[in-house]
Design a protein around this ligand. Structure first.
Ligand SMILES: [Zn+2]
Length: 270
């Protein structure tokens, strides 16, 4: 979060050099969220949207919703807040190239970084002008409905349930289902509407009976596949080793059997 604040200072310097808004901009300095300042016809457009939480929200959509949407061949409307166009950071995130574990590259200017967070800071400071801050396009705002905290494991499981917050998230969740998958748009929209409620909205209750993403997603099958592959790769050499040892054992036994009559013959001859 410190990095964001540093970037913010950079932005403030940038804006204040071109406009007399230093005083108002400095007021934003205390906030943690990534802030993008944009002035348009003497108005300051200030968007505060967490890149990290937006990324988590996107990951959730990609893993736990998109596989079902793709299966239904349902075109998500751009009016739906889950549509990729409604993610402020989508374009920048797509321009992040992960070359190796410690090698990240900026797709706009090809500069290299050894960790994703440094590339994030670079995006915030160097390419913030590429962010489309018009309208409400902050995917992180949907985090309450999409269970980002559950995904990021930021909330302790022992935390007390807040009924008001749960009700708010449940309402947001249902409104997303209604706007993204309107039931009057046909059977596939109805099925996805139902799925969305089960997958995301049911878990917004204090009873704790329902877990988020109850219908599963892409990642789970991916992990299973990976686990099976690794297990097979590990067991294969063990299998060959057993076969080899067994065959060697057999060979030694037959050699021993051949040697015994020879020894007997020698004893008779002498
Ligand atoms: Zn760059």
């Amino acid at each position: 979060m410190l990095g964001n604040r540093d970037n913010l200072k950079l932005k403030i310097v940038h804006v204040s050099s071109s406009s007399p808004l230093t005083q108002t901009n400095q007021d934003y300095e205390g906030f943690n969220a990534t802030r993008v300042l944009k002035h348009e016809q003497e108005h300051v457009h200030e968007v505060h949207c967490s890149r990290e939480r937006s990324r988590t929200a996107w990951k959730i959509i990609e893993e736990y919703l998109m596989p079902f949407v793709e299966r239904e061949h349902f075109p998500i409307s751009s009016k739906c807040r889950l549509h990729p166009n409604n993610d402020l950071f989508r374009d920048q995130e797509q321009h992040k190239i992960h070359l190796d574990i410690n090698d990240w590259q900026c797709g706009y200017c090809k500069k290299s970084f050894r960790a994703e967070k440094f590339l994030d800071q670079h995006m915030d400071s160097r390419h913030y002008n590429l962010l489309d801050v018009n309208g409400s396009k902050c995917l992180a705002d949907l985090c309450g409905a999409l269970h980002c905290d559950h995904m990021m494991k930021t909330k302790s499981t022992k935390a007390k349930c807040n009924p008001a917050a749960v009700a708010r998230n449940h309402h947001l969740c249902e409104s997303l289902a209604d706007s993204c998958f309107p039931t009057h748009h046909g059977p596939s929209a109805s099925r996805l509407h139902e799925l969305f409620l089960r997958q995301f909205c049911d878990a917004h209750s204090c009873s704790g009976k329902q877990k988020p993403f109850s219908r599963g997603g892409k990642k789970q099958t991916g992990v299973l596949y990976l686990a099976i592959s690794i297990l097979t790769m590990m067991l294969l050499p063990v299998f060959y080793l057993i076969v080899y040892l067994h065959q060697r054992d057999m060979r030694m036994k037959t050699q021993e059997l051949r040697r015994i009559p020879q020894v007997k013959r020698k004893a008779k001859g002498s």
